[in-house]
Design a protein around this ligand. Sequence first.
Ligand code: HEC
Length: 98
Amino acid sequence: MNKLYYTILIAGTFIGCAPKITEDVLEVPAQELAPIEVEPDGSQLYAANCVRCHGFKDPGSFTANEWKEIVPRMAVKAKIDAYTEGKILEYVLANAKQ
Ligand code: HEC
């Protein structure tokens, strides 16, 4: 009876340890996670939302006036919120064809 009790106890110790080992391995120093919290800028939002259908469309290929029509139209297709649309518009306007 005692032997069985110890077997269960030892097995339990190992099973109990398993998730802890995983947690230790996954633990990342706080400073390495910090950049993820930084707000993505317009170019990153553009890359994340605007290239999956047709690849990268160079902001310099269209004038500011063209972009002001294109971005709202594409925002509907990309299903992005107004904030993201605004950031993307800012980015393409800053790099638009003169
Ligand atoms: C769901 C797919 C899809 C997503 C997401 C998408 N587009 Fe498009 N895009 C299209 C299609 C289809 C066309 C061509 C037909 C048209 O103009 O509607 C196009 C055309 C364009 C053009 C060519 C100019 C023009 O007037 O047709 C530009 C520039 C463009 N997209 C930019 C963007 C930007 C910026 C975003 C992100 C906000 C974006 N697209 C997201 C599907 C998409």
